[in-house]
Design a binder for this molecule. Structure first.
Ligand code: RP5
Length: 159
C-alpha cells in the first residue's frame, strides 16, 4: 500500500497537486490520489480518514481552496499527519485557503505549506521527510534531491 495519500477538494486542484505527485515520483515514494471534498463528499472524507492508518497511509497531503476545510477535517478524523496545501484562488489569491488551513484550533494540527505550486512541492518534500525519519534509503534520496537542487542554482545571473 502507498504510504502517502494525496487528496484534494476538486478536480480543479489537480494541476497544483500534481506537483506534489511529480516530486514523490522523483523521490521514489509511493502515493495514491483521491478527490475528497469536505463540502461535496463529506462521507468520503469521513471514511478516508477513518481507514487511512489501517490501509497503510502514513502521511496525507491535502490540497484545498477557498473555504478550505478538507485538511483540518481530515486532521480531526485521523492521527496520520496531515500536510495542508492552500490552493491559489481567483477571488482572493489563495489567502482564503491559507487562512482556512493554517488557523487550526489547538489539538488538531495541520502542517501548512505555502500557497499554490510551491506549497504542493514542499508538501511532498515534507511528507518524504516525515517518512525518512524511519527510512534511511529515502533519507539518502531526499539528501540527493536537495543537493541536485542546490547544484542547479547558478552563481551568476544571466540574460
Ligand atoms: C474547494 O473548492 C476545492 O478544493 C477547490 O479548490 C475549490 C473550487 O472547486 P471547484 O468549484 O473548482 O470544483 O473545495
Amino acid at each position: 500500500m502507498a504510504p502517502v495519500g494525496i487528496i484534494m477538494g476538486s478536480q480543479s486542484d489537480w494541476p497544483t497537486m500534481r506537483e506534489a505527485a511529480r516530486v514523490l515520483d522523483e523521490l521514489g515514494v509511493g502515493y495514491e490520489t483521491r478527490i475528497v471534498s469536505a463540502h461535496r463528499t463529506p462521507d468520503r472524507l469521513w471514511s478516508y480518514g477513518k481507514e487511512a492508518r489501517s490501509r497503510g497511509i502514513r502521511v496525507i497531503i491535502a490540497g484545498a481552496g477557498g473555504a478550505a476545510h478538507l485538511p483540518g477535517m481530515m486532521a480531526s478524523k485521523t492521527s496520520v499527519p496531515v500536510v495542508g496545501v492552500p490552493i491559489e484562488t481567483k477571488a482572493l489569491g489563495g489567502l482564503d485557503s491559507l487562512y482556512s488551513i493554517v488557523q487550526m484550533p489547538r489539538g488538531f494540527p495541520v502542517a501548512t505549506m505555502a500557497i499554490g505550486a510551491a506549497g504542493a512541492v514542499n508538501g511532498a518534500l515534507m511528507a518524504a521527510a516525515i517518512l525518512a525519519v524511519s527510512d534511511d534509503a529515502l533519507a539518502q534520496r531526499l539528501d540527493s534531491w536537495r543537493e541536485a537542487l542546490s547544484a542547479s542554482v547558478p552563481e551568476v545571473p544571466h540574460d
